[in-house]
Write a protein that binds this ligand. Structure first.
Ligand code: CTP
Ligand code: ZN
Length: 153
């Protein structure tokens, strides 16, 4: 047991585990979980983890995540694992991975960038460094540093 918090298991759905401590609210935002959400959601923040010291965790019943949602989670919680639960069992465990090219995942912060114009150009940022995280716009070369990314998801 080693003092780990016991949180209910879910029957079917998705468990996002090993989220960087304190980042669960950002994960909820990425998942579009907000006031009035009808799904069963379990959120744990700052609970003990063997690997990370402290971690957050989000469990959502009856939900599968799109690939682009997993990429967004990788931006704010690079150590996260996404577990697909079917009939109580973990049927798939995905270690999130940040691709080098983020196409249509995160906005460019530059209001004058072509991706923020009426031309409907899909945002395209490239990861320059992973730790600390920095990304650069393919079009206007604006730099995005890790903590600012949350606002651009
Ligand atoms: N889980 C759940 N409901 C289930 C099955 C698993 O909520 N029916 C949760 C577990 O509580 C855990 C996560 O899904 O937080 C992953 O489960 P599992 O792979 O069994 O745990 P670990 O081996 O500890 O995972 P890891 O190696 O990724 O730390
Ligand atoms: Zn740009």
């Amino acid at each position: 047991m080693n003092g780990e918090l016991k949180v209910s298991k879910i029957k079917n759905g998705t468990v996002i585990d090993h989220i960087t401590a304190g980042m669960a609210p950002a994960v909820l935002k990425i998942l579009g979980i907000e006031r009035g959400c009808p799904d069963t959601v379990i959120v744990a923040m700052n609970v003990k983890s063997q690997r990370l010291g402290l971690k957050d965790m989000v469990k959502v019943e009856n939900r599968a995540l799109a690939a682009e949602t997993v990429k967004k989670i990788a931006i704010i919680a690079p150590q996260a694992t996404v577990n697909i639960i079917k009939e109580m069992n973990v049927v798939e465990k995905i270690h999130v991975e940040l691709p080098r090219d983020l196409i249509g995942i995160i906005r460019c912060p530059n209001r004058n960038c072509i991706t923020n114009s009426s031309e409907r150009v899909v945002p395209y940022l490239t990861v320059e460094s992973r730790d600390p995280l920095t990304m650069r716009c393919h079009y206007c070369e604006s730099l995005v540093e890790g903590p600012a990314a949350e606002l651009l998801l």
